[in-house]
Design a protein around this ligand. Structure first.
Ligand code: FES
Length: 162
């Protein structure tokens, strides 16, 4: 359940002005980790703008997500250097380890998985990022250990029992 008073506070800080819609939506996304439908509806009402207009902004910019995203956002680099040195194999290993496909989020909202085109560390290829952390020169076999570092403690203990 979304606390709409938080949305109202955010909109108030921006002066209830529709020209601040992007800043408002960015702050809402920071607050809720994504943009639930109720948030978009509340923003539309607060800035007196048709729902469809707010929705089209939220769907146009890649910075916004209308689906829940994981606490840890995993991005596998598919830029040229990473692609030829094993990026696709890292993605396969992550899909296996996290049991989700690219573009999806784990049911416990711990991890989201996606690809990116070059993160500027081509010398470390193949590279993946988890949040702000960069992991380079990786092999498929290292993926379970890396993922384990980011799992909640209980979950990672439970995994080792199986
Ligand atoms: S191609 Fe992957 S970091 Fe540049």
């Amino acid at each position: 359940m979304v606390d709409v008073s938080k949305v109202q506070d955010i909109v108030q800080r921006h002066g209830c002005r529709r020209e601040h819609i992007i800043a408002i939506l960015l702050e809402c996304q920071d607050e809720f980790s994504y943009l639930p439908r109720e948030v978009i509806e509340e923003v539309a009402a607060e800035i007196d703008t048709p729902l469809n207009s707010v929705l089209s902004v939220a769907t146009f910019f890649r910075a916004f997500s209308l689906k829940p995203v994981g606490k840890h956002q995993v991005h596998v680099c598919m830029g040229t250097a990473c692609n030829i040195s094993g990026g696709p194999r890292l993605l396969e290993a992550l899909e296996r380890e996290l049991k989700i496909k690219r573009g999806e989020t784990t049911p416990d909202l711990q991890f989201s998985l996606d690809t990116v085109n070059c993160v500027g560390c081509c010398g470390l290829a193949p590279v993946l990022t988890i949040g702000q952390d960069v992991h380079g020169k990786l092999k498929q076999s290292q993926i379970p250990r890396i993922v384990k570092k980011y799992r909640p403690k209980e979950a990672s203990d439970a995994q080792t029992v199986h």
